[in-house]
Design a protein around this ligand. Structure first.
Ligand SMILES: *[C@@H]1O[C@H](CO)[C@@H](O)[C@H](O)[C@H]1NC(C)=O
Length: 335
């Protein structure tokens, strides 16, 4: 920005000082304006992030490939997320912002997936200034301050979307968010043409929560007990029970009144509880990323240290893959 604006100022000053008898004053200023905007774009957006295709490549094919390669045990998410995003991005006349709600037990990959989404849509990934990540207990910790948060959040969403329509907002721990705060996001998700002159129809919202996680686990355990393949579980097997669960759950009653009831969530995406074999895969990927050679050995040690439920059958990892990285750290440095 420093260099860019400096050169820009020099360019304008030198052009305006130079006598140009051949040119009319109007065309001179038109020329200047044109040159200035080209120069501005060139110097600023080459080195500094701008709301342009170069910086926001929206690489959905890459997203799908990354999910297939890096996300374990989540065939529904892998199938639905790229399609949902691609459909939204290719629709020139989207009527509202895109809202994805990712549900599931802790450690099943919800945060991981939102990072992969940010990385394939934005060149700077989660560090992009157009990607905003809010964690309820971190950004909105005190219940008494809710009305302050509410105002702040609305200003932020409004301010950021006015700067760049292709903004991504990720809300983590949605089930801990006070109803009032959720209500304050609602207008941005609705079918308005614009609000205060800003259109939100190109923005994307991702909500993460554990709401419905137990219900999902129940359905998956049921499949397992009946000897059916996990990969045959379909979205519809979960979607009804999931939205019912979220709908009826007192803890998340707000979903009912504000978002779900009014169909503001475009996709509910269930994250299934992970089995021993998936934990092994997560661990292997971690070990490999550290260029450590005893991949299988460490991965099995790590997976064996995890706790599994239900108690008698020990099928699903209680923490999914959540503590895997730390355990891999231990084994790859201690050996
Ligand atoms: C954009 O959002 C961030 C929080 O992610 C906030 O700090 C910033 O002030 C917002 N920008 C505008 C212009 O509102």
């Amino acid at each position: 920005m420093e260099v860019g604006s400096c050169v820009l100022v020099l360019l304008i000053v030198s052009l305006s000082l130079r006598p140009s008898p051949a040119l009319e004053p109007i065309s001179t200023s038109a020329l200047l304006a044109g040159a200035a905007s080209v120069a501005y774009y060139y110097f600023n957006c080459r080195f500094q992030e701008c709301c342009t295709k170069d910086w926001i490549p929206l690489d959905v094919k890459g997203l799908e490939a990354d999910l297939r390669r890096q996300l374990f045990g989540q065939h529904i998410a892998i199938d639905v997320i790229p399609k949902a995003i691609e459909g939204f991005l290719s629709n020139k006349n989207s009527r509202k912002s895109l809202t994805l709600s990712l549900h599931g037990w802790t450690g099943t990959g919800k945060n991981f997936v939102s990072r992969i989404i940010a990385e394939s849509l934005y060149k700077n990934g989660v560090d992009s200034k157009y990607v905003h990540h809010f964690v309820t207990t971190f950004h909105f910790p005190t219940a008494e301050h809710t009305s302050k948060y509410k105002q702040q959040l609305q200003e932020w969403i409004h301010g950021n979307v006015s700067m760049c329509k292709r903004s991504l907002f990720i809300f983590d721990e949605m089930d801990k968010m006070p109803p009032e705060l959720i209500d304050s996001i609602k207008p941005f998700l609705e079918y308005y043409n614009d609000l205060d002159g800003v259109s939100y129809r190109k923005a994307m919202f991702i909500f993460l929560s554990n709401a419905g996680g137990e219900k999902i686990n129940e359905v998956v355990l049921n499949f397992w007990n009946r000897g059916m393949k996990r990969e045959n579980i379909q979205r519809k097997d979960l979607e009804n029970s999931l939205s019912l669960e979220v709908y009826n759950n007192k803890m998340s009653g707000f979903w009912h009144t504000s978002l779900i009831d009014q169909n503001l969530i475009d996709y509910f995406i269930p994250f299934l509880p992970l089995e021993y074999r998936h934990v092994v895969m997560c661990a292997k990927a971690e070990v490999q990323s550290r260029h450590f050679k005893d991949v299988d050995e460490v991965a099995i040690k790590v997976a064996e240290e995890m706790v599994y439920f239900p108690k008698e059958q020990r099928i699903f990892s209680t923490k999914g893959c959540k503590t895997v990285a730390a355990k891999v750290d231990y084994w790859t440095t201690a050996v």
